[in-house]
Design a protein around this ligand. Sequence first.
Ligand code: SAH
Length: 254
Amino acid sequence: MKSTLRIVLVGTQHPGNIGSAARAMKTMGLYELHLVRPHKFPHPEATALAAGATDLLDSAVLHESLADAVADCHFVVGTSSRRREVPLPEYLPRQAAEQLLQAGMSGNAALVFGCERTGLENEDLQRCHATVCIPANPEYASLNLAAAVQVLAYEFRMAMLASGTRQETVSISLADPDEAPASHEDMERFFGHLTELMEHVDFHKGRAPEIVTSRLRRLYLRAQMDKREIKILRGLFSDTQRMLRISQKQQTEK
Ligand code: SAH
């Protein structure tokens, strides 16, 4: 049983963990492994620990950034062993698995893991729609990376079995492509346009833009917009910018 859930490992330090993660994935029927700037890959330790799952290492996709790795995903969940400053919805593994399963039916969904030493950076979490935390022993909550992959892949498999579906056979063919969920790339273009508009209307008035920007990112990511909704909002931004230019021109002509 194959599924479309993408597992993304960011900045993995120990190649053995990449191999063990591949093995954990394959045992749970997951095949799509993406690696963002792994420290050592390919590597004999990765191959040794992958055991019978070296095919996942052979087909692993390498990326320079997390943004690249999830560009075509419309639902991205980041993993963390602790609460972070980034205020995102936080799921338990079972809930996350269900959300990912749902999302995977109409496009690509990704589950993102951080590096062994520091986990995911806040900047990486900004790219996520939600986070998932395995509720481990509060006094020692940090699992080995591949063990965390195993637990979450297991929950995903349970959700898949419970739904009684094979994901690749139920992917909904949407009649209108505009109603497809917005991809990460669409969202980043949308945020770029929003930033431009906010500068245009001098929204920040000299204040630091970071806090309001991260709140707006959270708001719009939570909305899980489709491509048409993005088009409408971007049309509104463009018209606002056009009217501003016209009125600025009229002012200077006066
Ligand atoms: N010192 C790091 C630990 C990183 S462990 C930190 O405090 O974040 C490496 C990776 O394993 C994490 O980035 C996360 O992807 C995963 N992981 C470990 N424990 C986890 C847990 N309890 N819940 C969810 N993911 C976990």
